[in-house]
Design a protein around this ligand. Structure first.
Ligand code: FNR
Length: 363
């Protein structure tokens, strides 16, 4: 049953990618072009540090799968691509292997193929402390992701219906595991209120996993005989909306959900994220073109991200948070309703660095 669900998720998520080329709210974020802001390419470093975690690049393959023969093979391929490109990677939810030990290999294959990489285990917020520890141990994981997916569970015919336990459970897991805990959504976004609560629980970082990419309301609707919940297909906040909403909360934030290209990576970093995660789009690539296609896509993205940072005068991912950005459209309306000031973003480079100070003084 779980194995079938895992295969369904992969199939429906890969199909969704066909419809996802168009607008999403990342398009409402644009950089102000400063023609003299550029620096030299060798000055750029993609390394990023957040919550005591060091990554050589601010991009990662986000949680997807494992728990069936087919998805074990996908995890193997994703892990090889992560190893070859140096990006961090997460497994999908490991609950399948708690129910059936014979499925452990469909997750641990990631560590076997990527012995030195940064690997994140993944459990749901119902997992006991003992299961969370087992998940980390099985992968010798460097961090643990806990996913929050109340909308998915609600639409999933066999899903959970009780959510009050999640907060206390997360707190217990954080206290009991000896790796950093990163809490994520699965495509509906994390609000400021949620993030502040998670911060109080001792969570090390949050991954907003916003709306605009893989849509689990749609996936679970597709798995129902009647699409009873199709009116929830637009639920949630986009990644850029979440990043703006949680800005200044003090906890490290990761940008994911609907990231389509290196510019979306740069946009997320400019809105305060320490790194950007991609799931559905990389899944589609690996299913269509195998490991070589994914390696070449990730390498091209990293190369182009460096190129964009060079043009933008950003030596590090964190420097992007001092680049001027404009917020428009639906995203601007969201900010207005949530009391988020967007004008400061459009002129913030004037107080930054020599080049930018010069630009500021000539306005
Ligand atoms: C996911 N996602 C996910 N997340 C999680 O924390 N545990 C999981 O088991 C899964 N399973 C899963 C399966 C498949 C096939 C996909 C495509 C995705 C959610 C994922 O990590 C991410 O939050 C969302 O997919 C949004 O990002 P993208 O796909 O728009 O880049």
């Amino acid at each position: 049953m779980i194995a079938d669900r895992k295969d369904d998720h992969v199939r429906f998520a890969a199909e969704q990618q066909r419809d996802l080329g168009g607008y999403n709210q990342f398009d409402d974020v644009s950089f102000v072009h400063h023609a003299l802001a550029g620096i030299d390419r060798p000055d750029v470093s993609l390394a990023t540090r957040f919550g005591g975690i060091d990554w050589t690049v601010p991009l990662y393959i986000n949680a997807m799968t494992g728990g069936s023969v087919k998805t074990g093979a996908i995890n193997r391929d994703l892990a090889i691509a992560a190893r070859e490109t140096g990006v961090a990677i997460a497994t999908g939810s490991m609950s399948a292997c708690f129910a059936d030990k014979s499925l452990e290999g469909t997750f641990s294959v990631m560590r076997r193929e990527n012995p030195d990489g940064f690997i994140m285990a993944n459990v749901n917020a119902n997992a006991s402390v003992e299961k969370a520890r087992r998940a980390v141990g099985l992968l010798r994981a460097d961090a643990l992701q806990i996913h929050l997916n109340s909308i998915q569970e609600t639409v999933m015919p066999e899903g959970d219906r009780s959510f009050s336990f999640w907060g206390p459970q997360i707190e217990e897991i954080v206290a009991a595991v000896d790796v950093p805990v990163i809490v994520k959504e699965v495509g509906f976004g994390l609000s400021r209120k949620t993030v502040l609560m998670l911060q109080e629980m001792g969570v090390r970082a949050v991954d907003v996993a916003g709306r605009g990419g893989t849509n689990f309301a749609r996936i679970e609707n597709d798995r129902r005989e009647r699409a009873d919940y199709s009116y929830l297909n637009g639920w949630g906040q986009s990644a850029p909306a979440c990043l703006l909403d949680v800005h200044g909360s003090g906890i490290p934030v990761l940008s994911s959900g609907g990231v389509r290209n290196p510019l979306d990576v740069a946009r997320g970093l400019a809105l305060g994220a320490s790194a950007a995660g991609v799931s559905g789009l990389f899944l589609r690539t690996v299913l269509d073109g195998g490991v070589p296609a994914l390696i070449s896509q990730i390498s091209a993205w990293l190369d182009q991200l460096e190129a964009l940072m060079t043009v933008l005068g950003a030596r590090t991912p964190a420097d992007l948070t001092r680049c001027d950005v404009l917020v428009r459209g639906e995203l601007r309306a969201f900010c207005a309703d949530r009391g988020i000031e967007t004008r400061r973003l459009a002129t913030r480079s004037s107080s930054y660095g020599t080049t930018h100070e010069t630009m500021g003084s000539t306005r």
